[in-house]
Design a protein around this ligand. Structure first.
Ligand code: DMJ
Length: 638
């Protein structure tokens, strides 16, 4: 009797502690990535305690070791899905042959299904676009639930979530122009271009973010202009008779209205916002994020080179150089928010997501477009610092033991980890790694984000990898994961990525489709919605989904090379953009220029990189199934 009470007592004690842990962290007792956090440590100690109590072997607190190592069978028993695996199977046999569920699921994708998915992506785009045109145009965005248009929030000027982006300039129509060509709809492209020419004016009392106006509006206008006027681009001759460079004039007009942001700043780093009529607002704040100030060079550079006026490239390049000069001497990293007058870092967090993402992207893309060596030197140095200080986990994506690679947020000066979340914007990084030829590493990071997608049917804005739970719950139909999926498919031609695209497409249909379009998910768990469809849903998410399944798209068949801007706008890589009509306006900057000579290196980003992906890897899983399983496990999928 007494003995039984002791046993019952121990069981109750075990359950209560588990319960407290569950309530406190939303987790079971064994939680950690082995990234040396106090929480992991305590849980690890508790975990050991319980194991000792049960008389079992103490284990490392690394989840991956449990999955990969000799204890693999034990972890499978907690998962009905993979519990079918024989406990006698060797480590290697986990990813050979047809019995592996990952191999079975992902290693082929029939052409008929590809065609069906292409059709679905097309319908998705048109459902959003046509409803925008019907219910919202000429306003900026569509409210897809109420079937109404949305413009700037004039009643609440401090609502920057809306007002940074919506300038009362038919944002969605402009942002969508080149997607119409990607879908092969030349007639609608012409109609849309003419509508823009006839109806859009930037002479508006709108205070917008320079970065957003640049990537969504300026970028789209110059992309459409180039596609209309240069027959040597992937879509061929799509110009129309009366076109008289109006889109270029509009782009120029907008860029001139953005220029005041670059005046009266002692560092050269621009103000984050301008009023399109009156310039920088009197109460204009002096702080900007790195991506906002440092991702203007692609669009401003092309504009300068198209119109033969160096001003735009000059201010954008000066901003990049100023930011670059403020990097930490110790780590080589930049922070995420800076004071444009003092050059002091207000946000010392260095990561790959919000506030920093397209800064890195544009260093590489500027080099690919313009061939300026300093851009590549900066990119190379930044990439190295990222690998040295942000990357955690095992060294090689597809080999060895340890946690899967992950890029964390660190203090720019000390390199110490600052928090345990990654954000949905960071999912663009594998795409950039593809451009840089670092496909193996791209595969792993992408797989991690895909696992999060599988769990929620969306990407939460922030996901806490330690708590295995979202920190910020909304999903505004962002494109980053689809973008990386598309670029990885182009690089590997591995059917796995078509499955990822199909999953994304189907979850968008299931979770985000509403009466007149696709709505922002307010909460990735309960799937409640917000009445907003951001313009990038049509210009990027749908575009990349469609391209993923459209093998025969002119973009994929053409001999002419192209690149996507950070808003997904197609820009041909053109000799014209590699020629400046002006002398370098900058004296040589030692900090920027005194690094390794890259003159003999080929620019990365050339899609022919893809052809170098070994043939045998194209049909196996891009990531061994044991590692896929490890990631799925760590993301809480089983
Ligand atoms: C888009 O406007 C662009 O992709 C930008 O680079 C990041 N934010 C959104 C999409 O999430």
């Amino acid at each position: 009797m007494q003995w039984r009470s002791i046993v019952v007592g121990l069981v109750v004690l075990r359950l209560s502690v588990s319960c407290v842990l569950w309530l406190a962290f939303g987790l079971g007792p064994s939680v950690s990535w082995g990234f040396h956090f106090p929480i992991s440590f305590n849980l690890h100690k508790l975990d050991l305690l319980f194991r000792e109590e049960r008389g079992s072997e103490p284990k490392s607190n690394s989840w991956s070791q449990r999955i990969q190592g000799q204890k693999y069978e034990e972890s499978t028993t907690s998962c009905s899905k993979i519990g079918e695996e024989s406990s006698k199977r060797s480590y290697l046999s986990l990813f050979d042959g047809n019995k592996d569920e990952y191999v079975q699921k992902y290693s082929s994708f029939p052409d008929t299904l590809k065609l069906k998915m292409k059709g679905m992506a097309k319908e998705m785009f048109y459902f959003g676009y046509e409803n925008y045109m019907k219910y919202a145009f000429p306003e900026d965005e569509l409210n897809p639930i109420d079937c109404e248009g949305r413009g700037p929030d004039v009643l609440n000027p401090s609502n920057i979530n809306i007002n940074d982006v919506l300038g009362n300039y038919s944002l969605t129509l402009i942002d969508t122009l080149d997607t119409l060509l990607v879908l092969g709809n030349v007639t609608e492209f012409h109609r849309a271009v003419k509508l823009v020419i006839e109806t859009v004016s930037f002479d508006k009392d709108s205070t917008v973010q320079v970065f957003e106006a640049n990537i969504r509006i300026l970028g789209s206008l110059i992309s459409a202009h180039i596609l209309l006027t240069d027959p040597k681009h992937p879509f061929g001759q799509v110009g129309f008779k009366d076109y008289d460079n109006e889109l270029l004039h509009l782009a120029h007009d907008l860029a001139v209205r953005l220029l005041p942001a670059f005046e009266n700043t002692s560092t050269g780093i621009p103000y984050p916002r301008v009023n399109l009529k009156t310039g920088v607002p009197e109460d204009g704040i002096n702080e900007t994020c790195t991506a906002g100030a440092g991702s203007l060079l692609v669009e401003f550079g092309i504009l300068s080179r198209l119109i033969g006026d160096s001003t735009f490239e000059w201010v954008a390049r000066r901003a990049v150089r100023a930011l670059w000069s403020l990097r930490s001497n110790e780590t080589g990293l930049l922070g995420n928010v800076v004071n444009i007058q003092t050059g002091q870092w207000v946000g010392k967090q260095s990561g790959l997501g919000a506030g920093m993402d397209s800064f890195y992207e544009y260093l590489l893309k500027s080099y690919i477009l313009f061939g300026e060596k300093e851009d590549y030197r900066m990119f190379k140095a930044a990439y190295e610092s990222i690998q040295n200080h942000l990357r955690r986990g095992r060294e090689s994506c597809n080999e060895g033991e340890g946690d899967p690679p992950l890029y964390v947020n660190v203090n720019m000066f000390s390199g110490e980890i600052m928090n345990t979340w990654i954000d949905s914007l960071q999912a663009f990084f594998p795409g950039l790694q593809v451009l840089n030829g670092d496909i193996d590493d791209a595969i792993c990071l992408h797989a991690f984000y895909y696992a999060i997608w599988k769990r929620f049917g969306a990407l939460p804005e922030r996901y806490n990898w330690q708590l295995q739970a979202p920190d910020v719950l909304f999903y505004p139909l962002r494109p980053e994961l689809v973008e990386s999926t598309y670029l990885l498919y182009q690089a590997t031609k591995n059917p796995f990525y078509l499955h990822v695209g199909m999953d994304i497409l189907q979850s968008l249909e299931r979770n985000a489709k509403v009466r007149c379009g696709y709505a922002t998910l307010h909460h990735v768990v309960d799937k409640s919605k917000e009445d907003r469809m951001e313009s990038f849903f049509l210009s990027e998410t749908c575009k990349y989904l469609y391209l993923l399944f459209d093998e025969d798209n002119p973009l994929h068949k053409s001999d002419h090379k192209y690149i996507f801007t950070t808003e997904g706008h197609v820009v041909p890589i053109d000799k014209r953009f590699r020629e400046k009509q002006w002398d370098d306006l900058f004296p040589c900057d030692d900090v920027v220029l005194a690094e390794t000579d890259v003159s003999n290196q080929q620019p990365p980003g050339n899609i022919s990189h893809c052809n170098r992906f070994p043939q045998e890897r194209r049909y196996a899983l891009p990531l061994k199934s044991v590692y896929m399983r490890q990631i799925d496990h760590m993301v809480g999928l089983f």
